[in-house]
Ligand binder design. Structure first.
Ligand code: NDP
Length: 255
């Protein structure tokens, strides 16, 4: 009975930015827990390869290649997707980018580019899915925030600002949609080795600093985010709402 709480069988789950990195690891983990996975990303080749890999592992997977940064197109994209595969029960808002510059050198274009993916798209994807979830009376949205939702760091101010916005957006949407049966929560990862953090992983001085700063003493592995995602996508979290779940090796708990 307890195990059933985490069962995702029959749940259709759309994960934005899931052709690699954290998104792909979540797709695999949520698929292994029984979810029917919808993969998203812009590069059709990477998306196709990821979909084939998951399908070969026995996961029920559908491709939905679109750019999340056109807010006017997202409602139609979700409409098309639902008419093709059926209702989306869980949205994981994972697509995200970072642009590292000293704050004095950030251009308006760069600042807006980061907000377009990390903030605007998170809101308008949530809006498009929630319009339909609210009509059905249930649904779950899991936003991928960051330890940068809470902590600052030099050279990533546009990114930190965007992830801070994800934190309060998560709480605000909970305030509006909880009574309609929709839970909006977030996972806040610490530092995980992916394409996004490749330059940092390869920077010995940074890695030395990180391993001293994080109580766990190491980079996170993307699979270590799966448990939190299964929890927030399943019946186990039906009364959890507006919550940020840190998966950070203890980073935000200590100075
Ligand atoms: P990656 O760069 O490895 O993967 C990003 C994914 O998003 C790719 O599949 C990419 O595919 C897709 N993507 C990017 N832009 C768009 C877009 N406009 N429309 C649709 N898809 C898009 O990043 P991570 O896996 O590391 O990060 C995933 C999330 O986790 C992000 O929100 C990030 O901020 C967050 N995070 C990551 C941490 C880390 O340490 N790695 C720590 C904390 C949070 P394509 O380019 O083909 O579109």
């Amino acid at each position: 009975m307890t195990q059933g709480l985490f069962d995702l069988k029959g749940r259709r789950i759309l994960i934005t930015g899931s052709s690699r990195g954290i998104g792909l690891a979540l797709a695999r983990g949520l698929g292994q827990a029984g979810g029917s996975i919808i993969l998203n990303g812009r590069d059709p080749k990477a998306l196709g390869e990821a979909a084939r890999a998951l399908a070969a592992e026995g996961i029920d997977v559908t491709e939905a290649g679109f750019d999340v940064t056109d807010p006017h197109a997202l409602d139609a994209a979700v409409e098309e997707l639902e008419s093709r595969v059926g209702p989306i029960e869980v949205l994981v808002n994972n697509a995200g980018i970072n642009r590292r510059f000293p704050a004095t050198e950030v251009t308006p274009e760069t600042f807006r580019e980061v907000q377009a993916v990390n903030v605007e798209a998170v809101f308008f994807m949530a809006q498009a899915c929630a319009r339909r979830m609210l009509k059905r009376g249930h649904g779950k949205i899991v936003n991928i925030a960051s330890v940068q939702s809470e902590l600052g760091r030099a050279t990533i101010t546009p990114y930190a600002a965007s992830k801070g916005a994800v934190r309060t957006m998560t709480r605000s949407l909970c305030a509006e949609w909880a009574k309609g049966g929709v839970q909006v929560n977030a996972i806040a990862p610490g530092y995980f080795a992916t394409e996004l953090t490749k330059v940092l992983v390869e920077d010995e001085a940074f890695t030395d600093w990180l391993c001293k700063r994080v109580p766990a003493g190491r980079w996170g592995k993307v699979e270590e985010l799966v448990g939190a995602a299964v929890f927030l996508s399943s019946a186990a979290s039906d009364f959890v709402n507006g919550h940020l779940l840190y998966v950070d090796g203890g980073m935000t708990a200590v100075v």
